[in-house]
Design a protein. Structure first.
Lengths: 245, 245
DNA sequence: CGTAGTGTTGAGATCGATCAAGCGCTGTGG
DNA sequence: CCACAGCGCTTGATCGATCTCAACACTACG
């Protein structure tokens, strides 16, 4: 009965087998999916923190505004991601989330997480692990932004994107579609759109990447990795310690 | 029987009441405390990820090295912090951890977390929440580093420190002891020791802070907050959704 | 007294920001 | 069909914040 599979489950099955009871639980908790046209807000900073969302289709962007009007993009979310983890600890959201292109989300209420924690330890472990992985990637990002030059930061951005896309779609290979413009890219890695443009030029001149309209083609992934000392956090997750049931 | 109280419990009781069964569980899982003289390594990048640690006494520093020999400090840990959250997802550690001054840790094995998840949902929720809070603070840090100037970053660093110290010791007030030198400070907020020194001068010249040997005295917290658009994430945690047992 | 660690200060170099202009593409409306 | 506006990207010129390098002061410690 694939129609009744939770979309959280279908995304999370990439990582670990969940017992049927966990799947059934999630299917019960999950609300109807929601469509988001490009540009539509999911929520705004300060909104009550009531839902987590699993991205089913499309790219979403979590960002915060700064006092001077500039913007910092916290995270670009792809299909399979969970939106809202960081704000679990709080009553209010700490970021804005908006759809970059047309997308679909599966919301489920934060308030039902208690049932998950009580009844589905294996699923709980998976959620904790996913959160922890996001956290480590953040550490990597901070490291890149605080200590690396503009082209290296862009290399990091590209590698992070492609490796995440490869999880959900292993056929991704070295070419992917990227709807993120240069201004937004800069807001992710702490640069202006001008520096992003120049950094692209550098990476292209090196023969490491190529751009074709909104597509990115990676020609020398090894060189990109070395440029930003990249560690792929998406490959090896430790699920051995998970509860058995 | 305070001697048998888990030190994790005693630290976590700041946030939420835990059922006696959770406390007993933790006391059982916890290993003997370990003493760390200043400078002693707790673990090194690439070590098998076998323990989490609760800081009981002292300051610890989690950092990663960069290819060019420079260093990025991921986090300064204080009493009450849990060391190792970010690496939960992985088999190997992704940072080095070292004692800044003399300290004491309570290790407990990652492999027993499955028992926690199966038997102590309320405690599990607390751990998830603490991880999530760390994550949000990281987002704030990244925002500061990627978009703010040197004095604002230092202001952020100071406010983060003092607000964390105030959790464990509410009597902290506006003065605290800080064993972190300027080089390490720079490694936290993405500056050189030289820029840190100059930024201190700026904040002092503004009359916002004062230094007295290794102590920091805050004279105008409001101004500091405004300088770096600071949000105190340590005040309001949402524990309402926690499982009741 | 010598050494190591830490912080301060100055001078010059550098990287990315800022400002400004222009190009190509797209969608819209006359 | 054309004019125009809007958006994203590129490029050049200049500016400025921070880095780099270097020298020096101070302290602790053997």
């Amino acid at each position: 009965m694939p129609d009744h599979d939770s979309c959280l489950v279908s995304k999370l099955s990439h990582y670990v087998d969940l017992p049927a009871s966990d799947k059934a639980l999630l299917a019960r908790l999950e609300e109807a999916t929601e469509e988001y046209p490009a540009g539509r807000k999911v929520y705004t900073t300060g909104d009550p923190m009531e839902h987590l969302y699993v991205v089913q289709v499309g790219w979403f962007c979590a960002y915060t505004g700064l006092a001077d009007g500039s913007r910092h993009v916290v995270r670009i979310h792809h299909p399979g991601d969970v939106i809202g983890f960081p704000d679990l600890a709080f009553r209010q959201t700490s970021v804005d989330v908006v759809a970059i292109d047309h997308g679909r989300l599966c919301p489920f209420e934060k308030s039902v997480l208690d049932v998950v924690l009580e009844e589905a330890p294996r699923l709980t472990a998976l959620l904790m692990t996913l959160m922890s992985r996001e956290y480590v990637i953040f550490i990597d990002t901070l490291r890149a932004i605080s200590r690396m030059n503009a082209p290296a930061r862009l290399a990091f951005f590209i590698l992070d994107l492609v490796n995440r896309l490869r999880i959900v779609n292993p056929r991704t290979g070295d070419r992917f579609y990227c709807p993120v413009n240069q201004t937004m890219t800069g807001d992710v890695i702490g640069l202006t759109n001008v520096s992003v443009s120049r950094s692209w030029k550098v990476l292209e001149a090196n023969g490491w990447v190529e751009r074709d309209d909104n597509a990115v083609i990676i020609h020398d992934e090894k060189a990109l990795r070395e440029a930003c000392d990249y560690a792929d956090r998406y490959k090896e997750m430790d699920v051995d310690w998970f509860p058995k049931r």
